[in-house]
Design a protein around this ligand. Structure first.
Ligand code: RFL
Ligand code: PHB
Length: 392
């Protein structure tokens, strides 16, 4: 068996890369460890930068996002019992974000892939990568009780933080940078109207809270929790009570509660692996980097990597040029580090740190107060939140 680009992982990075390559006439095969249902069952990102939305259009999968996605021109910061609006449109010269769930985006990409009859192997076991430091890379995987080998020109490692791609690179060839935060996020999804029209990020002495949404009738809320906490310890009632305490009084009053559809805890981490290319293996998305979700950047960075990789591969096949492939890692990492910095900063500003003490909380309050009164500070925040422009 042979293809041009073997893609490991059918998350948003792998599916979007596959779609862009298929449209450009470049043969690709995706191998995914889980089932399609499992991939769709993971409740994750909700906020798309305008550049990500534009890329979905370019990939021909933007129609439902335009119909059902919610355009947000601002969001609110809650602290000290009040809410302060960050006006994205005014502060960035007309930019916005789109609230559209990762589940929906993944479903659109899966549908497009099926319609294009591009091959995906779900429930692939024992995926392994070979000879990617030479001219003839191969991948091997087991499916339906048989071992398959696939020769290819390039391998795209889109298999997330725990995937096999990054782990296959010799340790000495990668430098990794990591910070694990001393708390997690407990998320709850419910078929209740969102508490506000826009997202509310709350800094409270009991911990961070986020009010987000998936649609006018479906809400997504998060609470900062301890690292060793467990979902079983949180009844729906306990979740709603704690959320009410952390939101401003007006939001707490307006909150509509209901049974949870899903509850899960995610740890928070900053992680970057450098470089993002090793021979003919290219890492993209969470396989190469993780950001804490506070800045809503993870999915957007995955899309930005894929944009750069797809352009480089198209250029390679059309013009026999190595320039884009050679520049891939540096180009991506410049954006990755800026998004990592923003995500770290926003996380540090909004969460209660166990060892931060009272002074930590006071300093956060001062910075939030400054932010609320300074257009310059708000502009910095807004231009990072909507997504920095692409360079080159
Ligand atoms: P994924 O989505 O993890 O997909 C990787 C795929 O690879 C498969 N895989 C393998 N396949 C074959 N062989 C192996 N050995 C394999 N090992 C793994 C996996 O099964 C999976 O299907 O990575 P990808 O595609 O890079 O996409 C990244 C995004 O999913 C992630 O960055 C975002 O979800 C992060 N994120 C957010 N990003 C945003 O831009 N905006 C947000 O609002 C936002 N909110 C969030 C988030 C992530 C969260 N959690 C749970 C970490 C909120 C949360 C709570
Ligand atoms: C979400 O809706 O899941 C979401 C929104 C904004 C974030 C993180 C997660 O910063």
């Amino acid at each position: 068996m042979r293809t041009q680009v073997a893609i490991i992982g059918a998350g948003p990075a792998g599916l979007l890369l596959g779609q862009l390559l298929t449209r450009a006439g470049i043969a690709n095969l995706i191998v995914e460890r889980s089932s399609a249902e499992h991939v769709l069952g993971r409740i994750r990102a909700g906020v798309l930068e305008q550049t990500t939305a534009d890329l979905l259009d370019e990939a021909g999968v933007g129609a439902r996002m335009h119909r059902e996605g919610l355009v947000h021109e601002g969001y609110e910061l809650a602290f000290g019992g009040m809410r302060h609006r960050i006006d994205l449109r005014q502060l960035t010269g007309g930019k916005h974000v789109v609230v559209y769930g990762q589940t929906e985006l993944t479903r659109d990409l899966m549908d497009a892939r099926r319609a294009a009859e591009a091959p995906t192997v779900y429930e692939a076991d024992d995926v392994s990568l070979h000879d990617f430091d030479g001219a003839r890379p191969r991948i091997r995987y087991a499916s339906g009780g048989t071992t398959h080998e696939l020769a290819c020109d390039f391998i795209a490692g889109c298999d997330g933080y725990h995937g096999v791609s990054r782990a296959s690179v010799p340790a000495a060839a990668l430098t990794t940078y990591e910070r694990v935060y001393p708390f997690g996020w407990l998320g709850l999804l419910s078929d209740t109207p969102p508490v506000a029209h826009e997202l509310v990020y709350a800094n409270h002495e009991r911990g961070f809270a986020l009010a987000s949404m998936r649609s006018p009738t479906r809400s997504r809320y998060y609470l900062q929790c301890a690292l060793d906490d467990h979902v079983d310890r949180w009844s729906d009632e306990a979740f709603w009570d704690e959320l009410r305490r952390r939101l401003d009084p007006a939001a707490a009053e307006a909150l509509v509660t209901g049974p949870s559809l899903e509850k899960s805890i995610a740890p928070l981490r900053s992680f970057v692996a450098e470089p993002m290319r090793f021979g003919r293996l290219f890492l993209a998305g969470d396989a190469a980097h993780i950001v804490p979700p506070t800045g809503a950047k993870g999915l957007n960075l995955a899309a930005a990597d894929v944009r750069t990789l797809a352009r480089a591969l198209v250029e390679h096949y059309a013009e026999r040029s190595e320039a884009g492939l050679a520049a891939y890692s540096d180009r991506c990492l410049r954006r990755v580090w800026k998004a990592s910095r923003f995500s770290w900063w926003f996380t540090s500003l909004m969460h209660r740190f166990p060892d931060g003490g009272e002074i930590g909380h006071k300093l956060q309050q001062a910075e939030l107060d400054y932010l609320a009164g300074s257009r310059a500070a708000q502009t910095v925040m807004a231009e990072n939140y909507v997504g920095l422009p692409f360079e080159g």
